[in-house]
Design a protein around this ligand. Sequence first.
Ligand code: PEP
Ligand code: MN
Length: 353
Amino acid sequence: MTSENLTQLRNRIDEINDQLLDLLNERTALVEAIGREKDKQGLKKYDPIREQQIIEKLREKNQGPLTDEMLIHVFKEIFKVSVKLQEEKSHKKGLLVSRKNKLEDTVIDVQGDMIGDGEPTFVFGPCSVESKEQMERVAKNLSEKGLKYIRGGAFKPRTSPYDFQGLGIEGLKMMSEAAKKYGLRVVSEIMDAGDLEAALPYVDVIQIGARNMQNFSLLKALGHINKPVLLKRGLSATIEEFVNAAEYIAMHGNPNVMLCERGIRTYEKATRNTLDISAVPILKRETHLPVFVDITHSTGRKDILLPIAKAALAVGADGIMAEVHPNPMLALSDANQQMSLEEFDLFYKKLRN
Ligand code: PEP
Ligand code: MN
């Protein structure tokens, strides 16, 4: 073959390459459009049946010299990069709660108090609402410290059905009354979507407990209210599952979601749960939502609350939750882990210094 001949053939190859490039780009634009349509319809990007059908058709048409093996190889590569492109595009769009979607931190307005604005938020109070007197004593103590929130469960997710289940709406009324008197905002758990409407007048932040993190019908119902939600991490939930649970609420119309790391189940018995401290900066990076740490349920022990609270703030938590009870020994739930008012005074003083 003369070198002139080779040049001619190469020129023709270059021409074909140009055509292939144009065709591949035209194909890629279609792949992108199909990806958007799949997103709308909630379909998977990878469709092996469709790929098989395309290959069969091409094989029937193939006249050679390209062998079937080469044909399959080339098209499998094209399919692979196409699916990858569709997945990347749809990821870029990301979840509503994702940083990819919104760069700035979400700051949540709770009756004029801003959560997630850089100043830490503190939510303290008993495990359960038990009486008017109990709530009065806790609320008074909190307001004397200049605190703005009180917590207390009226619908309690108890392991044993024979244990105290909470005072329900009556309990919320008790807490709301004490909170009003001392200018506090109420954080309380709701377990059943059916209780939401009755509870809303008495609660400023709806807490969703660990056991209900993946109660999807409850999460959807929270999307339809306009009160902020404090979503706790499930007992054995991965960070991805946690973020997706928050997405349920946001996707259904309520963007005011806060996340609360409260420890996960591991083999370790020294603490009630294992506080996943690294979840805090990860959640802050991956989402734009405020992140809390519940130092009581994660540790289940009072002797390490102070260093754990400091650690949580050091890694970027927007808020801390802890249990405080006027008489922990007589508490109707979580008696061993709640701080007395005296212990709380000392804890808070040291935390703020
Ligand atoms: C609570 O905060 O009252 C509670 C029950 O916590 P968790 O859902 O994290 O166990
Ligand atoms: Mn508790």
